[in-house]
Design a protein around this ligand. Structure first.
Ligand SMILES: *Cc1c(COP(=O)(O)O)cnc(C)c1O
Length: 359
């Protein structure tokens, strides 16, 4: 039976990936040199598609890494001299904070209970924090910030750098990237690609900051420091032999998404999100984990479930794979992804099957 993955990443591949895999093989993408003109064209196409899809303002650079986790470490090395401040709404935001501390820098932060979200009106951020880290969509707990939260932090801290994790949300909802200095995602969530590629976006202020740290004699890492990434990106190349295959797929999938149109993607996300909300409201064995409706994730619903194993198995028997709860919530929750590859019809089918289950 053909399975359909509604897991929060890795997830169902974007529906055009199969066709692009075939063309990648036909065009020898796995064999070409990363110093060739053919690779430079893939790099350049990827960058311009991402800029268009995310509606990035002028002056932002797009770089490639192995994962979003790597980007946390690179931000720690390149953009923080002594201290950062993290909004910790769950496991992913917490991991970023730990990485900064592992680098012997001071990752301060505000941690809230799972299912809650850091209140930007009340949080006290020291002026000494050079970078403020916000996870727009916390995949482990299903809480999502509002754009207004980021705007308020930007207005209150014009001189600090703001890092916005959009790993499990972009390009599903509109985000104003002019409010942040750096942002990042990996491709196995909303972009519907195999894992193993991270995309790191920075503005000039970030590049200047890393240069300052370097000038002070600090280590900012080696091959994936911002100055190294930037130097190579100028000629549409990467310092190392990168994941060319996945970059090719990303250039193709972003092209497909652009053809569909970002507005259409956002409309469909909202529509499918409403369908998932409705399903939770109607189901006798499901309930919302995140109380505040405005903070419920539009792309990764985290749902209380009276018997997750039974529900997941019943759905799996019909080829529908949903995610388990994260970490300590494995026995009490399920997670359902609503990514651009998931069609309205697929989400409606999932809803119908869930509501027909006798649990
Ligand atoms: C998955 C995820 C990450 C980590 O991505 P990797 O590709 O595993 O490095 C970071 N932040 C959020 C919000 C995520 O969902």
């Amino acid at each position: 039976m053909k399975k359909l993955y509604f897991t929060p990443g890795p997830s169902q591949l974007y529906f055009t990936v199969e066709e692009h895999l075939k063309s990648a093989i036909k065009n020898d993408i796995g064999s070409i040199s990363h110093r060739s003109k053919a690779f430079e064209a893939i790099f350049s196409q990827c960058v311009s598609n991402i800029k268009a899809l995310l509606n990035l303002p002028e002056g932002y650079h797009v770089f490639f890494t192995a994962s979003a986790t790597e980007i946390w470490e690179r931000i720690g090395q390149n953009l923080i001299e002594r201290e950062s401040f993290h909004f910790v709404n769950g496991s992913f935001s917490s991991k970023f904070q730990s990485i900064v501390n592992n680098l012997n820098k001071s990752g301060l932060g505000k941690t809230v209970e799972e299912g809650q979200i850091v209140d930007v009106e009340k949080v006290l951020i020291p002026e000494t924090s050079e970078l403020i880290a916000i996870t727009f969509n916390e995949t482990s707990t299903g809480v999502m910030h509002e754009m207004e939260d980021v705007r308020k932090i930007r207005n209150a801290f014009p001189d600090q750098l703001i890092a916005l994790d959009v790993v499990s949300i972009a390009p599903g909802v509109p985000i104003d990237f002019s409010l942040v200095d750096t942002t990042y995602f990996s491709v196995q969530k909303c972009f519907g690609l195999p894992a193993g590629l991270g995309v790191w976006i920075v503005n000039d202020r970030c590049i200047e900051k890393s240069q300052q740290l370097l000038n002070k004699g600090m280590s900012i890492g080696s091959y994936h420091s911002l100055p190294e990434l930037e130097a190579k990106a100028k000629s549409n190349q990467t310092p190392e032999t990168p994941n060319v295959f996945n970059m090719y797929l990303l250039s193709k999938v972003t092209e497909d998404m652009l053809l569909k149109g970002t507005q259409q993607i956002h409309i469909e996300t909202n529509y499918k999100h409403a369908a998932i909300q409705h399903t939770v409201n109607e189901s006798p064995f499901l309930s919302h984990f995140v109380e505040a409706e405005k903070n419920r994730s539009k792309t990764t619903a985290v749902i209380n479930c009276t018997n997750p194993t039974k529900v997941m198995n019943a759905l799996a028997a019909k080829g529908l794979i949903i995610g388990s709860g994260y970490g300590k919530f494995k026995a009490s929750q399920v997670r359902i992804a609503n990514f651009p590859t998931h069609s309205k019809e697929q989400i409606e089918m999932l809803s119908d099957v869930i509501l027909s289950l006798n649990i």
